[in-house]
Design a protein around this ligand. Structure first.
Ligand code: SF4
Length: 346
C-alpha cells in the first residue's frame, strides 16, 4: 500500500481526515491483512476501500518453509501477471530478516545465479518492493510467529542499483516512521558493482548498509562471473568504494561466493587481500564468505575446509571475514537461488 494513494482515495470518498491515521496504523503498525480486520473503520468505508485500494499490490501464490523452519520463500504475483520471489529468514530466535526483490529477473547475468539466467523483464515499483515487507509482516501475524521483522536486505531478484529510483523511494518509505519505521542500520542494499550508483548511494543514503558482490579480485575471472565488471572493472570499483568509505566512514560488506576450483584457492585469497588494501582501511571492509548453493549452472560448490582456509588467509592479514550460514537451501531460498520456475516471470 502507498500512503499517498490511501490519502487520495479517502479524500475522494470524503472520509474525515482522522480515518487516514486509523488506516495507516492498521496497515503499517498492526499489519492487518484485510479490511474486515480494521474494526475502527465503518463497514461502508471498509467496503469502499476494499473495492478501490488493495491492501497489497501483490498476491501470494505459494509459501515454502525450510525443514528447520528458519527460512520461508514466497512466490508472489504482481498485477501484470509477472511473479517474483521474496524470502523471510530467522537468523536468531528473536530476529527476522526479509530479502526483497527489486526486479523481475535481472540483466546483469552473473553466471552462478539462477535469477541471472532469466534475463530482465522489468523493475519493480517502490510499492511492489515495500509490499514484500508488508506481506511478510502480515504473514507473521497470521501464522503467530513471534518477534518483529525489522531487518531488510535488498538481495533478492534483480540489481537494486539498476532500479535506482524505485529502490531509493522504497528505502525512504521503509525509513519513514509513519510507514515502516525501520532503522537505516537494519537495511542493507547489495550491488553487483555499478560504480556510479555506489557513489550516488553514499550521498543519498549514508546510513544504510552497502554490500558489494565482489566474488573475485581477478579481472578476467570477475568479468566472467559478474559481466558488469567489463563496464566497471576492479580499479573503478575500488575507486567508487573508496569514495563511499571516505564519505560515510561506514563499513562495506564484500560478498564472496566460493566456487569450487574457481575462486576458492590461496591465490584468489591473496588477490582479494591486495584489492582490499588498495581500496580503503581494512577495518571498514568486511568479507562475507558464502558457500555456493548449487543451481542449474556450470559452477560447483567449494568445500568447508577450503572455505576455512580462505577465511584464515584473510584473518591472517587483519581482514574481518565471516563464513555466512546458509539458511533456506532446501527450499532454494538461499543466496543466488531465486528464480521463478519455467521463466514464468518474463
Ligand atoms: S547475483 Fe544479483 S546481480 Fe547477479 S544476476 Fe543474480 S540477481 Fe542479478
Amino acid at each position: 500500500m502507498e500512503l499517498a494513494r490511501a490519502a487520495a482515495v479517502l479524500e475522494e470518498l470524503r472520509a474525515p481526515a482522522f480515518r487516514l491515521e486509523q488506516l495507516r496504523r492498521a496497515v503499517f503498525d498492526e499489519a492487518v491483512a484485510s479490511y474486515q480486520g480494521i474494526a475502527v473503520l465503518p463497514a461502508q468505508l471498509r467496503r469502499d476501500l476494499e473495492a478501490r485500494l488493495p491492501l497489497l499490490s501483490l498476491s501470494v501464490r505459494k509459501v515454502a518453509i525450510s525443514a528447520d523452519r528458519r527460512a520461508r520463500k514466497a512466490l508472489l504475483g504482481l498485477a501484470d501477471g509477472k511473479v517474483i520471489e521474496t524470502v523471510l529468514l530467522r537468523p536468531s530466535p528473536t530476529r527476522w530478516t526479509t530479502c526483497v526483490s527489486t526486479q523481475v529477473g535481472c540483466a546483469i547475468g552473473c553466471t552462478f545465479c539462477a535469477t541471472g539466467l532469466m534475463g530482465l523483464s522489468r523493475s519493480l515499483t517502490p510499492e511492489e518492493i515495500t509490499d514484500q515487507v508488508l506481506f511478510w509482516r502480515q504473514y507473521m501475524r497470521s501464522e503467530g510467529l513471534e518477534g518483529r521483522l525489522d531487518n531488510v536486505v535488498y538481495m533478492g531478484m534483480g540489481e537494486p542499483f539498476a532500479a535506482y529510483e524505485s529502490m531509493a523511494e522504497s528505502l525512504r518509505r521503509l525509513l519513514d516512521q509513519k510507514q515502516f519505521g525501520i532503522g537505516a542500520r537494519h537495511i542493507s542494499v547489495s550491488t553487483s558493482g555499478l560504480a556510479p550508483q555506489i557513489e550516488r548511494f553514499a550521498r543519498d543514503f549514508p546510513q544504510v548498509n552497502l554490500a558489494l558482490s565482489l566474488h573475485s579480485a581477478d579481472e578476467k575471472l570477475r568479468s566472467d562471473l559478474v559481466p558488469v565488471n567489463r563496464a566497471f572493472p576492479l580499479a573503478r570499483l575500488s575507486q567508487a568504494v573508496g569514495k563511499y568509505l571516505s564519505l560515510t566512514r561506514r563499513k562495506v560488506f564484500l560478498e564472496y561466493v566460493l566456487l569450487g576450483g574457481e575462486n576458492d584457492g590461496a591465490d584468489s585469497a591473496r588477490q582479494l587481500v591486495a584489492w582490499i588494501k588498495a581500496t580503503g582501511p581494512r577495518e571498514l571492509l568486511h568479507v562475507n564468505l558464502i558457500l555456493f548453493n548449487e543451481t542449474a549452472t556450470r559452477h560447483r560448490a567449494s568445500t568447508e575446509p577450503l572455505a576455512r582456509r580462505f577465511q584464515a588467509l584473510l584473518l591472517g592479514e587483519g581482514i574481518k571475514a565471516t563464513l555466512r550460514q546458509n539458511l533456506g537451501r532446501d527450499i532454494e531460498g538461499a543466496c543466488g537461488q531465486l528464480v521463478v520456475a519455467g521463466g514464468e516471470g518474463r
